[in-house]
Design a protein around this ligand. Structure first.
Ligand code: SF4
Length: 228
């Protein structure tokens, strides 16, 4: 398993590559627009570690014992990103989530994210070309979701041995040291769901990231090292 500090360096490199790529699109998202900030955001325990450290630094761990973080005690019915992609690639049916919890995220304070520097990738990827406040529907450029989904897969793959769930559920478990009781185990990359007409948009993002050097090895080599 890749040591945790290096996993965090890899995550930072991924966020940076994504930010550069996403900045080439004319998204309408602005501070104060928080339609996508719901309790259905999912993440890995690697991203959860960063949030836990941030909350500790800010002396805010007590927020995690609030009612918003009470474990629901029921399975979300979701499968991880890599499990979902693997099932699609094999042509197997994929279980739909039981229900989405669309109540506002408890980290949303005065219409701003109060954990912005460490928000998980599931938050970072949400974007829309049009203001979605009225319709509640995000308008994404063709190929954008395929690229973002590939990065979700990289993060899950790097967090080999970790857990995947909704942010609320996983943080509740991590706060009590029982994260392994929540969500699903992370899974390695089984392949990608990038359509032929999306490749021209997605390849520069992926190839640029894979060639990046992090702690003496390329991102691609670290991905290989993370394979179980
Ligand atoms: S963590 Fe921040 S960006 Fe993510 S849903 Fe909550 S308030 Fe929004």
């Amino acid at each position: 398993m890749i040591p945790r500090p290096i996993q965090h360096l890899l995550l930072a490199a991924l966020y940076d590559a994504f930010d550069q790529w996403a900045s080439t699109f004319a998204f309408a998202c602005r501070k104060g627009c928080a339609t996508c900030c719901t309790r259905s955001v999912t993440m890995t325990s690697l991203e959860g570690d960063g949030i836990m450290a941030f909350l500790s630094q800010e002396n805010r761990r007590a927020e995690l014992i609030g009612s918003a973080f009470l474990p629901s005690g029921k399975q979300t019915g979701q499968c991880t990103t890599n499990t979902f992609v693997g099932a699609h690639l094999r042509g197997e049916p994929v279980e739909e989530a039981e229900s989405w919890d669309l109540r506002p995220c408890p980290f949303l304070k005065e219409e701003s994210c109060s954990i912005y520097p460490v928000r998980p990738f599931g938050c970072r990827l949400f974007a829309s070309l049009d203001s979605c406040a009225a319709s509640g529907v995000a308008e994404m450029p063709p190929g954008y979701l395929a690229g973002a989904t590939a990065l979700l897969q990289y993060i899950e793959h790097l967090d080999n041995g970790g857990r995947w769930s909704t942010m609320m559920e996983l943080l509740a478990g991590m706060n009590t040291g029982q994260a392994e009781d929540y969500g699903e185990p992370t899974a390695p990359i089984p392949g990608f769901l990038v359509a032929p007409d999306e490749r021209a948009l997605v390849e520069p993002l992926l190839q640029g990231l894979l060639a990046r050097e992090v702690n003496g090895q390329t991102f691609a080599q670290w991905l290989q090292a993370a394979r179980p």
